[in-house]
Design a protein around this ligand. Structure first.
Ligand code: ADP
Length: 183
C-alpha cells in the first residue's frame, strides 16, 4: 500500500519525522508531499523544503519526497496511493483532521485517511512553534534535525541560539525572552 503524507512542512520537525519513520514501517512506500500553497507566506520555498526533507529522510529507502498543488485526493490518485497519512497531536487537531478526512471521502471513496497518534515527546511540536522560538533567539536544536536548525537560525540572522538549549540545568525563563526582545 502506498501512503501520501501531505503537509506544509515549513519546516519539517522531529514530530513529522517520527511520523514518517513509523509510516515507513507500515506502508510499502510513503510519499511525503509538500503542498504548493499560494495563500501561505512560507519561511522556506517549496524547493528548500523538498531539499530539507530529502536530507532528513535519506536513511529511509521507501520514502519519497515530492510536491503537489490542488486537491490532495487528486494527487493521491495520480500517484496510485490508497492512503492519506496524517498525524494527531491533540483534540484541536482532531476536529480539523476529521472534517478534512470526511471531505476527502466525499471526493474519493477509494482513498482512506489513516491517523497516527503523535509520540508523546512531540505532542506539543509544530512548525510554527519552532519558528516562534527561533525568531526570539531560543534553541530549537532538540526540535528539528541539525541542518534544518542551521537553515532556520540563518533566516533569523543568527548562527546559533542566543539562549541555552533545554538541559537539566536551570533554563532561562520564557519571560527573559520577551525581556530580551523589549531591550
Ligand atoms: P498542514 O499545513 O497540512 O497542517 P503541517 O506541516 O503542519 O501541515 O502538518 C502535516 C501533518 O503532520 C499533519 O497531519 C499534522 O497533524 C502532522 N504533524 C504536525 N506536527 C506533528 C507532530 N509533532 N507529531 C506528529 N504529527 C505531526
Amino acid at each position: 500500500m502506498i501512503a501520501i503524507y501531505p503537509g506544509s512542512f515549513d519546516p519539517i520537525t522531529l514530530g513529522h519525522l517520527d511520523l514518517i519513520q513509523r509510516g515507513s514501517r507500515l506502508f510499502e512506500r510513503v510519499i511525503v508531499a509538500v503542498l504548493r500553497n499560494p495563500n501561505k507566506m512560507p519561511l522556506f520555498s517549496v524547493q528548500q523544503r523538498l531539499d530539507q526533507i530529502r536530507l532528513s529522510t535519506q536513511h529511509l529507502p521507501n520514502v519519497e519526497v515530492d510536491s503537489f498543488d490542488g486537491l490532495t485526493v487528486n494527487y493521491a490518485q495520480m500517484r496510485h496511493a490508497q492512503v492519506l497519512l496524517r498525524g494527531l497531536r491533540a483534540v484541536s487537531d482532531f476536529e480539523v483532521e476529521l472534517q478534512m478526512a470526511h471531505t476527502n471521502k466525499t471526493l474519493s471513496t477509494q482513498i482512506e485517511t489513516v491517523f497516527l497518534a503523535t509520540s508523546n515527546e512531540y505532542s506539543f511540536l509544530s512548525s510554527s512553534v519552532v519558528k516562534e522560538i527561533a525568531r526570539f533567539g531560543g534553541s530549537i536544536d532538540h526540535l528539528v534535525p541539525p541542518h534544518i536548525a542551521l537553515d532556520i537560525y540563518q533566516c533569523y540572522n543568527h548562527n546559533s541560539p542566543m539562549l541555552n538549549p533545554i538541559s537539566t540545568e536551570a533554563t532561562p525563563p520564557l519571560k527573559s525572552m520577551s525581556a530580551q526582545k523589549e531591550a
